[in-house]
Design a protein around this ligand. Sequence first.
Ligand SMILES: [Cu+2]
Length: 154
Amino acid sequence: MKKSYFKTAVRLLSLALLAALFIPAAGFSNPASGNHLIFQSKPTQSVVNITMIASVPQFKNGKLTGGWDPRRIIVYQGQTVNLTIEALDVQHIFALPAYGIKQPLTPGKKEQVSFVANKTGMFFFQCDNKECAPMALHRLMVGQLIVKDEKDTR
Ligand SMILES: [Cu+2]
């Protein structure tokens, strides 16, 4: 009884944290990449180059910083996506299971990840290095890839 209570509380807390993650913080940008939280390609592009950085998520003045930047990537079906990813602090692993991608990131080294966005829908990417930060922070290293239909130009 007591245990399930605790489990529910933990679940609710992680849901709240995830919700906070997906509310773009106004004015947030990372000086290292110049990115903002959301990257959106143009429907006319055939190749999309994105510079991405990874760092341990942190709460500063009640705001979440770090993690993946950009944290949400919106592209169109058929586009070739070239990610150049750099870890700023410790070893992270960029994982995008839906596209079979798992790329270790060594701090200070820029790694290339490329894929053709041939599956539409919403997919998650995350960090696969459980040791990159305390578990609660590591779990916040989650981002979204949204692949829109070619005709869907909203
Ligand atoms: Cu990590």
